[in-house]
Design a protein around this ligand. Structure first.
Ligand SMILES: [Zn+2]
Length: 418
């Protein structure tokens, strides 16, 4: 009964369309000008060709090869347009990492200064199978002692947290290195298991006493980096901002929204150090100190160009990569990222950057599943969806804990899966 009704409906629509056609044809026959050719899309005017660069005029979009058109309704802004995907596909949420994990790029801040803070944090860590939180908050001197004391006092949780020390880059000049090394040695004695996160200000903002910018490869720093090798202190270093932050804020910038939201991320102004210059200074540092082990935060900002990451790792065997806050680049190239993580499985470490327990499961899902076209947790980072990389267990174990255990001997070394 219902089916018959539907068939009848379709016939009526077809009939109405025919009638309209006849009507229009009759009008044309009565001597009125025919409307301009519109194509099947039913556009509103003559075709507007793109310019010499293949771009449509402002307010128009490409509807056919060589033909631009403006939407009939005022288009929503990128802030308001939130299309809901109609894709129906299998979903596998991953609340816990498949193997116990270590967060090299942790910023627990004040939480690790007290037993209560650590206890509360560990409760959240357990929910996602995060076994060790590494505080990469540059804790040196008394701050470090406060944190390592709290860790030691936290009883059953004393192996759930480890602390990195920091380098004080103020007043770099003659005599600076000796003082910095003495402090580093004291911090190692106080329980620091590595150095970091050396912040992005190093290279971009930090100044020498004469007011000039402190270069990442400044020779005054050389004795310190060599001391790191002697003391077996891994150097976890963040250099520069994402490359898009150095590009003009125009309609082609992938991070337009983010740059518009956060003033302090705009690095395209003329007085800023250029991205390539910063990368060069950083690579000079890697090259000058082959015995010092470095971990480059945020995948050395080459997650959008894995070929470049490969050349970096091939060139400098003392360099490793950390995955914090660049999940959007792996998730948009799951096959290429899969192959890269397999090829360089001994050189990549897990890190999250920013303590937001609800965000970790996005990492597990991208690394572990074959899921397709799912949301990322931060809209302004990426105007696209994520896909799972489906990494094999052997790679997941190295990513989640084995590489960290090897590079940072001060981590709790027992009780891990084989
Ligand atoms: Zn960080």
């Amino acid at each position: 009964m219902r089916k018959q009704f539907l068939v009848l409906g379709v016939a009526m629509v077809a009939m109405a369309a025919t009638m309209t056609f006849v009507h229009a044809d009759q009008q044309g026959g009565a001597g009125q000008a025919a409307p301009p050719a519109q194509g099947r899309g039913g556009g509103r005017g003559p075709a507007t060709p793109p310019d010499a660069n293949g771009e449509c005029p402002k307010g128009m979009t490409l509807v056919r090869v060589g033909s631009c058109q403006a939407p009939e309704f005022p288009p929503p802004s990128i802030v308001d347009y939130r299309p809901k995907s109609t894709l129906v596909t299998e979903q596998h949420l991953v609340p816990k990492s498949k193997f116990p994990s270590i967060d090299l790029h942790g910023h627990p801040g004040q939480m690790v200064t007290s037993v209560d803070g650590i206890t509360g944090m560990v409760k959240e860590m357990d929910k996602m199978n995060l076994r060790v939180m590494i505080s990469a908050d540059n804790s040196s001197g008394q701050t470090l002692v406060t944190k390592t004391t709290a860790v030691t006092a936290s009883g059953v949780n004393k192996d759930r947290v480890r602390i990195l020390t920091g380098i004080n880059f103020s007043n770099v000049g003659p005599g600076w290195a000796d003082k910095a090394i003495a402090q580093l040695e004291a911090d190692v004695k106080a329980g620091a298991i590595g150095i970091g996160e050396i912040g992005k200000g190093f290279g971009m903002d930090t100044r020498k006493p004469d007011g000039s910018r402190l270069r990442i490869d400044d020779p005054e720093l050389d004795p310190l980096w060599d001391a790191c090798a002697r003391l077996k202190m891994v150097v976890f270093i963040h250099t520069a901002e994402p490359p898009e932050f150095y590009s003009p804020l125009d309609m082609h910038n992938e991070r337009w929204l983010e740059l518009s939201l956060f003033r302090d991320r705009r690095r395209y102004e003329p007085d800023q150090v250029k991205f390539d210059d910063l990368m060069q200074q950083r690579d000079n540092l890697f090259k000058k100190h082959p015995k010092t082990t470095f971990v480059a935060a945020h995948f050395a900002w080459c997650g959008q160009d894995l070929g470049k990451c490969g050349r970096l790792l091939d060139m400098y065997p003392n360099v490793n990569l950390e995955v914090g806050a660049v999940l959007y680049d792996f998730g948009r190239q799951p096959r290429g990222a899969h192959d890269f993580f397999v090829k360089y499985q001994d050189r990549i470490l897990f890190g999250k950057d920013a303590w937001a327990p609800e965000e970790y499961p996005y990492y597990w899902r991208v690394f572990e599943t074959k899921d397709e076209y799912f949301d990322y947790y931060r809209n302004y980072h990426a105007f696209w969806k994520l896909y799972g990389m489906d990494l094999p267990d052997v790679v997941l174990k190295k990513l989640y804990f084995q590489n960290a255990l090897r590079l940072l001997p001060g981590l709790p070394q027992t009780g891990w899966p084989k």
